[in-house]
Design a protein around this ligand. Structure first.
Ligand code: SF4
Ligand code: SF4
Length: 442
């Protein structure tokens, strides 16, 4: 419908209105940089070939995988808590899927402009082909970043240049590239509309106080029906049809569009007709909120959730940076030999260093004068938060032990750094009847 400007004054837009678009772009670029850097600086990386993972620069063995699961659980609780307050902020501002879709749309528009796509079908085809090639390149680059979360980055980069040198990484790279390319070329926003479980879940956890993008129906007479809020919407929805539309990702583009156009053509303009608002109550404007309410803490349920989330985050960092107990375990590997008048039995000893630094542990046999270690001073050095398997040889003089007997022994492990970090492991020294008897008789 044409805009009726008879009683309206065209004027420059006011400067005091905060535009959300640049803020959203800054958040998205920052997110992209963080996602690339996280595995490179070992803040988040699962090294599958080495059976280790990294969190905030700390290295952990596979035995500590529970920390990773705990971290994922904390992340999920945080996301849910914040989403309950701020609605689909994640979708519009942080989600990598939206980031990729925005990038694809923006590139599309720019290429159409560069190649004058509206001039002829040929120009449009050139623009489309260039866009597809660039999106495939972006898919490969994104797949490489994804792979650095699971393989050492140097290995991923070399697989990009010489795939045959490391077929395992190259295969993963190819599969992930194909999936991302299909997403970028054909799926993009369709996933947000129909396939995203987060969007579905949010419709369950949101309540009357959750932040939404809302058209101010009480000021409907001010709307000039320009339709800009619809044309800029990346999800192709009309926010005037109601807040809480499932497809709305809370990006705020419609807010900017209305704020841009309305003040220019209205006498005594107020800010635009669309705004971010906690809940649907028309009386609840930002100006009426207390400082506490402004950050979204409306009720005891939200305060409770925020407190639980903070406790979980504190617990997670304690898990990552705190000292864990050192543990030892072991088993006889079945190897029994005879040498120099001794019976020699091998044990596999596994020391898990819970201390936040590399430590050396001394091993001994405690409280048995007839049975001892072959190496009188066996030392095992273990990196921080890592575990190490070592073979220790336990010896008993032939004749001092009886054939066919099982002797309880205690293996002691003591940290050289801390006298208090002492551990023992109960084991059994077994003297085979036949062989020991024969050897003893020789
Ligand atoms: S309605 Fe507005 S906030 Fe919602 S997706 Fe569309 S442009 Fe973004
Ligand atoms: S941009 Fe604002 S003025 Fe234009 S149609 Fe949308 S709500 Fe109405």
């Amino acid at each position: 419908m044409p805009i009726d400007l008879t009683d309206r004054i065209i004027q420059p837009p006011p400067k005091n209105i905060v535009r959300l678009h640049p803020l959203r772009r800054i958040a998205q670029v920052a997110l992209g940089v963080v996602l690339v850097l996280l595995p490179l600086v070992n803040w988040l990386r699962v090294d599958m070939p080495a059976g280790r993972f990294w969190l905030f620069g700390q290295s952990f063995t596979a035995q500590n995988i529970i920390i990773l699961f705990y971290g994922c659980a904390v992340g999920a609780v945080l996301l849910l808590s914040v989403s309950m307050v701020y609605g689909r902020w994640w979708c519009g501002w942080i989600c990598p899927q939206t980031l990729a879709s925005d990038f694809g749309d923006s590139l599309h528009t720019r290429l159409d402009h560069i190649f004058h796509a509206t001039h002829s079908p040929f120009n449009r085809a050139i623009s489309r082909a260039t866009w597809s090639i660039l999106m495939i390149g972006m898919a490969i680059a994104t797949a490489a970043v994804v792979c650095t979360y699971f393989y050492p980055p140097a290995r991923v980069w070399s697989s990009l240049t010489s795939p045959l040198a490391d077929t395992r990484v190259a295969l993963h790279l190819a599969i992930i590239s194909l999936i991302i390319a299909a997403d970028l070329l054909w799926v993009r926003r369709h996933f947000c509309r129909r396939g995203c479980p987060y969007g579905l879940m949010l419709s369950l956890i949101g309540d009357k106080n959750t932040m939404t993008v809302r058209y101010l129906w009480e000021r409907d007479d001010d709307c000039i029906k320009c339709g800009k809020c619809v044309t800029v919407c990346p999800m192709d929805i009309d926010i005037k049809k109601g807040a809480n539309q499932m497809e709305c990702i809370g990006c705020g583009e419609c807010i900017d569009a209305c704020n841009d156009i309305l003040p220019m053509i209205k006498a005594n303009p107020k800010p635009g007709l669309i705004e971010l608002r906690y809940g649907l109550d028309p009386m609840r404007t930002q100006a009426r909120l207390t400082a506490f309410q402004r950050i979204g803490l409306w009720d005891t349920r939200r305060i409770f959730l925020a407190s639980v989330s903070l406790l979980l985050v504190a617990g997670f960092f304690f898990q990552v940076y705190g000292t864990r107990p050192t543990t030892i375990s072991g088993f006889a590997n079945g190897s029994i030999n005879y040498a120099g008048g001794y019976i020699l039995e091998e044990y596999v000893l596994i020391v898990q260093n819970g201390r936040p630094h590399t430590d050396t542990f001394a091993v001994s046999i405690v409280g048995n004068k007839d049975i001892g270690l072959l190496d009188t001073r066996k030392l095992i050095r273990v990196a921080r938060s890592a575990s190490r398997s070592s073979i220790i040889t336990i010896a008993a003089k032939i004749g001092s032990v009886s054939p066919g007997e099982r002797y309880p022994i205690t293996i002691g492990v003591e940290s050289l750094d801390s006298q208090h970090d002492r551990h023992t492991l109960d084991a059994v020294f077994y003297v085979p009847e036949q062989e020991a008897h024969l050897k003893a008789g020789t």
